[in-house]
Design a protein around this ligand. Structure first.
Ligand SMILES: [Zn+2]
Length: 413
């Protein structure tokens, strides 16, 4: 197995910084271990920290556009912290268990719904304060930290302000904008900015790690616009390719008002269907598990109370599943909008005769025709309509309304 940072594509600066921090963290542990007298251990425990010159610290934020590898970076760093050699060798049990998701001292928080609630965060903070069972660090990785509710953010802030000596928080967020992460949490964290990796680097990792043919890898990396996971899906999953083709057929279908509304419906329904397929299995399994657990109650005294409790639990589960379905729908729709934005970007760069490669090589001819017809200005207006639609959905405008407005704007120009 290669080094744990190997999958972090095109992020050399970040990797250098994380390697240095992991080495500093290992040095902290060695120093604590060599101080056998209780007084010294206590002193070491109270201030295990952070060599201020760029070594280790208790709280980190990984920022970058979707697909740049925020959670990949956080997991790799977690592995390097648990690594027996402090390097993220990829070979030792600490590296293996962390990368495999089974290390008892590493918790990954992956929100399934639209937000991370305060209850979940409090429980997490409490567990994070315990002594690491592997003798190294308790690591808590919070993916999508921008989805923390305000109350959850406050619970996290308390832990970040007074971190237990062996606890490390790794947060992932699109940016350090106050909309994504509160200013007070931000001020306690070191920021590791990740960039959108270049298509060549993404293609290279698809070939090396996933065994994908070089020409397919190159096409998928360009079409995914630097999003590593998306590139891999496009290269491997025929369904994902079909969905993308349907989205890229939208521009030539927009021949009138009726067609614009039809295209909007098709896009929304495709996102719903994709989302439903992605959560259906988990939903059914969770419901069956809960019903089995509740069914074990039987009848008799206290059964009425048990049934009331059961109804509450089922309702709670349904609420959680609905939130997850909404999130999956939005994610699916957003992927479609990113593909569509890529098409109009291609038209714009062609109209400007900019010397850049098209995002979608397979619809380049169509984008070229659009460039002729719309010119740079018209292409830009259409690109902006797609981006405005994304922003509107992000601001909780009903997806159907936002998409209909976008389709009309794309038709009218
Ligand atoms: Zn290792």
């Amino acid at each position: 197995m290669p080094d744990v940072f190997a999958d972090l594509v095109g992020q050399d600066e970040a990797v250098t910084e994380l390697r240095r921090a992991a080495a500093a963290a290992a040095a902290v542990l060695r120093a604590a271990a060599s101080d056998r007298t209780p007084a010294l251990v206590a002193a070491g425990e109270a201030d295990p920290a952070p060599d201020p010159t760029g070594g280790m610290t208790h709280a980190w934020i990984f920022t970058g556009p979707p697909g740049s590898g925020r959670s990949v970076a956080a997991r790799a760093f977690a592995a390097a912290l648990q690594c027996a050699y402090g390097t993220g060798c990829g070979e030792c049990p600490g590296c293996h268990t962390t990368m495999g998701g089974t290390n008892a001292d590493v918790r990954m928080v992956v929100p399934e719904g639209l937000s991370i609630g305060v209850g979940e965060m409090r429980a997490l903070v409490l567990r994070a304060a315990s002594t690491p069972s592997g003798g190294r660090w308790q690591v808590v990785v919070i993916e999508d930290a921008d989805r923390l509710t305000e109350a959850a953010g406050n619970a996290l802030l308390k832990a970040v302000e007074e971190p237990p000596p062996r606890t490390v928080f790794l947060l992932c967020a699109p940016s350090t904008h106050p909309d994504d992460i509160s200013v007070t949490i931000r001020s306690r964290c070191r920021v590791v900015p990740l960039r959108q990796p270049p298509a060549t680097a993404v293609a290279e990792v698809l070939v090396r790690r996933d065994g994908i043919a070089p020409d397919v890898a190159q096409w998928a990396a360009a079409a995914a616009q630097g999003h590593v996971g998306r590139a891999r899906r496009l290269a491997r999953d025929p369904e994902a390719r079909k969905r993308r083709e349907a989205v890229l057929a939208v521009p030539r279908r927009l021949t009138g008002v009726g067609a614009a509304f039809d295209a909007a419906s098709a896009l929304i329904e495709a996102a719903e269907a994709e989302a439903e397929a992605s959560v259906a299995e988990a939903d059914a399994a969770e419901r069956a598990a809960l019903e089995t657990a509740l069914g074990a109650g039987g009848t008799g005294r206290g059964a009425a109370g048990a049934i009331r409790g059961a109804a509450g639990q089922l309702k709670e589960l349904e609420k959680r599943q609905k939130s997850r379905a909404t999130r999956a729908q939005r994610d699916a729709l957003d992927r479609a909008l990113v593909d569509l934005a890529g098409f109009y970007r291609d038209a714009l760069t062609m109209a400007l005769r900019a010397p850049v490669d098209p995002v979608h090589t397979d619809t380049a001819a169509l984008a070229g025709a659009g460039a002729q017809k719309w010119d740079a200005e018209g292409s830009l207006r259409r690109l902006e309509a797609v981006l405005a639609c994304r922003a509107a959905i992000d601001a909780n405008v009903k997806p159907r309304i936002a998409v209909e407005a976008m389709m009309l704007a794309l038709w009218k120009g």
